[in-house]
Design a protein around this ligand. Structure first.
Ligand SMILES: *[C@@H]1O[C@H](CO)[C@@H](O)[C@H](O)[C@H]1NC(C)=O
Ligand SMILES: *[C@@H]1O[C@H](CO)[C@@H](O)[C@H](O)[C@H]1NC(C)=O
Ligand SMILES: [Zn+2]
Length: 289
């Protein structure tokens, strides 16, 4: 009886909202990665997520076309020592980057400025990355998000087809991981255990997060989207072949973060926060090697 009544009320609510021609239901939808807030439902609330050039994708390594014009990505200001803001946004661990760091070259037209980086990971190490290589997933993937400086701000860039340049790095589990990189913020994760919390990192260089060596990196290139709602098709993707190292112990620290605010009544860990791969739909995948 009880559950019948609830279903009835929910459908009445949707009916009323439908009559108003007003999508309050969409505004109340809190997207996530599990159950009926998960990736398969995003497109019902965010039209963009049903687009034809979505990310992530599976990259068939042998089928990517070599493109001589691409060359290497140049990292500028990545060696400057700076303090950044670390935050738990309920979907991921995100680091908002302060100061000016840019990428150029690598077939990109113009200069792209760093805005933030964040991570996608699995509850277990047999999954977690968003992109896959020949169907194989990695335990974690980092995205460094840059916007085209010409557009002035990330919000403007989110509406331009070449607005963002996102760099994707895969992680590989090794016994000691990447001590240098993770020391800078793993210790801080206790300060951002709950959604909405933020803190500052120790002074760090963006370059220290990159695979070693970080010059002349090989990568795949394709045109795609944000991998989270509203899934804007505005991202030029660069997915690198060389992995960053991480240990199981370091991965465990990420898996302890909560998707809920501290004042919540129930808690869920942020886990398996990756979108499944999307259809390629005849897009080209290039490589610089
Ligand atoms: C930019 O915004 C306009 C108006 O909302 C929309 O029609 C257009 O598709 C958007 N462009 C991109 C690349 O998202
Ligand atoms: C991405 O889109 C732009 C603009 O349409 C196009 O010039 C470029 O060749 C595309 N890149 C790839 C890898 O398909
Ligand atoms: Zn991402």
């Amino acid at each position: 009886m009880h559950s019948y009544a609830r279903v009835y009320m929910d459908s009445t609510l949707f009916f009323v909202l439908g009559i108003l021609g007003f999508s309050l239901a969409t505004e109340n939808f809190h997207w996530g990665y599990h159950g009926d807030s998960g990736p398969f439902y995003w497109e019902q609330h965010f039209k963009g997520c049903a687009g034809k050039s979505q990310s992530p994708i599976d990259i068939p390594r042998e089928d990517a076309e070599y493109a001589e014009h691409l060359g290497f990505i140049q990292f500028n200001g990545y060696s400057d020592l700076r303090v950044h803001t670390l935050k738990n946004n309920g979907h991921s661990l995100q680091v908002d980057v302060s100061g000016d760091s840019f990428i150029e070259g690598g077939g990109l037209e113009g200069l792209y400025k760093v805005s933030q980086f964040h991570f996608h990971w699995g509850r277990r190490s047999d999954r977690g990355s968003e992109h896959t290589f020949d169907g194989t997933a990695f335990p974690m993937e980092m995205h460094i998000v840059h916007y085209k400086t010409e557009y002035g701000s990330i919000n403007e860039a989110l509406n331009k087809s070449d607005g963002l340049a996102v760099l994707g790095f895969m992680f590989k589990v090794t016994p000691f991981g990447s001590v240098f990189f993770f020391e800078k913020f793993l210790k801080k994760l206790a300060d951002v255990k709950y959604s909405g919390e933020s803190t500052h990192t120790s002074p760090m260089r963006l370059a220290d997060m990159l695979p070693i060596p970080w010059q002349n990196l090989q990568y795949f290139r394709y045109n795609g989207s944000l991998t989270t709602p509203p899934c804007n098709e505005v991202a030029i993707w660069t997915v690198f072949t060389r992995s960053i190292f991480i240990s199981e112990l370091q991965l465990q620290q990420f898996r302890k973060l909560y998707a809920n605010e501290k004042s919540s009544k129930s808690f869920e860990r942020i886990s398996d926060n990756f979108r499944p791969v999307q259809p390629l739909n005849n897009r080209r995948i290039l490589r610089n090697f």
